[in-house]
Write a protein that binds this ligand. Structure first.
Ligand SMILES: Nc1nc2c(ncn2[C@@H]2O[C@H](COP(=O)(O)OP(=O)(O)OP(=O)(O)O)[C@@H](O)[C@H]2O)c(=O)[nH]1
Ligand SMILES: [Mg+2]
Ligand SMILES: [Zn+2]
Length: 311
């Protein structure tokens, strides 16, 4: 990915550009943090620049009454993205070391969405963990078995923002890294950050009694610093998630237990669907690979084929 710059980097109304970090993006303006961690509201120089939370950028202070200006985005180490409604790709955040996927007993968890977040993390080369929050309300066993994720090597942590259970291990998990916390609305993402970061007072709101769903309280991704070093990006809850459009043949690389067996299939381009002598299907039949995770793989292959044919 190249540096995206919109025209001349300095103007008569602005000082020379300096490095900064996007800590929140709202359409055509952003909050950029300077080296002293002071946050500045910036306009964006040109329509081709699409900064997102986590971007490292160059921005210029105004020398007159005009507004600070973001002039360039540094190359991204990686991007968390999803397919947009118009069949393109929407980037949600950039330069992420670790994705924390949160579920809770309420709202009702969906293991297939967790798989897709984990898949996105694999594809963007980020670490991933599953946080089972609201442990004070019981477990998620009725719809989601956290052991499925543990068995394939993901860290699974039980937490409660209310009672403090698991908050210390969660802080350890986040120390020194740039993480993004994701999941359905109402699972307690902002509540966990409020419990972890002294003085942070993010808005939270109860899950609706009528629908059993969260109220989409957080509306934009915002980066927060952790006292022990590291950063966490709080993100708005989503109803559904999928990694960006990819070749159906690439989906296997996003499921680590499937990727690990793929070179034992008879055909090197095996899709692990109907082919003979497929090591993946054999592993599903013998119970080595979870039948539910395999079903999730098949659903994502189907979705990518659909998205590909729409594009
Ligand atoms: N019992 C219990 N309730 C919790 C816990 N964590 C969060 N909650 C409650 O769950 C509700 C939703 O919490 P939020 O932190 O707003 O959830 P969110 O994931 O940030 O939601 P969005 O911003 O809409 O995506 C609030 O009423 C919280 O008080 C917990 O560990 N236990
Ligand atoms: Mg929130
Ligand atoms: Zn196969």
């Amino acid at each position: 990915m190249s540096v995206r710059s919109a025209g001349p980097e300095s103007t008569t109304t602005h000082a020379d550009p300096e490095p900064g970090r996007v800590v929140a993006a709202f359409g055509r303006h952003v909050l950029v943090e300077d080296a002293q961690r002071i946050r500045h509201r910036c306009m964006i120089a040109g329509r081709r620049l699409r900064p997102v939370c986590g971007d490292r950028v160059r921005w210029a202070r105004p020398t007159d009454q005009s507004k600070a200006l973001l002039v360039a985005i540094e190359p991204r180490h990686n991007e968390l993205a999803r397919p947009s409604r118009r069949g393109q790709t929407e980037v949600l955040a950039a330069n992420i070391d670790q994705l924390l996927g949160v579920v809770a007993p309420v709202p009702q968890p969906d293991p297939y969405i967790v798989d897709r977040y984990l898949a996105a993390a694999e594809l963007m080369d980020a670490e991933a963990c599953v946080i089972v929050n609201k442990s004070d309300l019981g477990d998620t066993a009725a719809t989601l078995d956290p052991d499925e994720f543990k068995q394939v090597g993901y860290t699974v942590l039980k937490t409660s923002a209310d009672t403090g259970t698991g908050l210390e291990p969660l802080a350890t998990l986040m120390a020194g890294k740039t993480s993004i916390i994701v999941g359905q609305s109402g699972v307690g993402k902002s509540s966990l950050l409020n419990a972890l970061i002294p003085g942070l007072e993010l808005a939270i709101d109860a899950v609706s009694d009528a629908t059993g769903e969260g109220k989409h309280t957080t509306t934009a991704s915002v980066l927060h610093h952790l006292s022990g070093g590291g950063e966490i990006i709080d993100s708005p809850g989503v109803r559904d998630f999928a990694p960006p459009t990819m070749e159906a043949g690439s989906v296997a690389s996003a499921f680590r237990e499937i990727a690990a067996l793929a070179d034992r299939c008879r055909f090197s381009d095996c899709m692990h669907l109907k082919e003979p002598d497929c090591a993946v299907k054999a592993a599903v039949e013998s119970g080595v690979i979870s039948a539910r995770r395999y079903e999730s793989y098949r659903r994502l292959v189907r979705l990518m084929a659909e998205l590909g044919s729409r594009a």
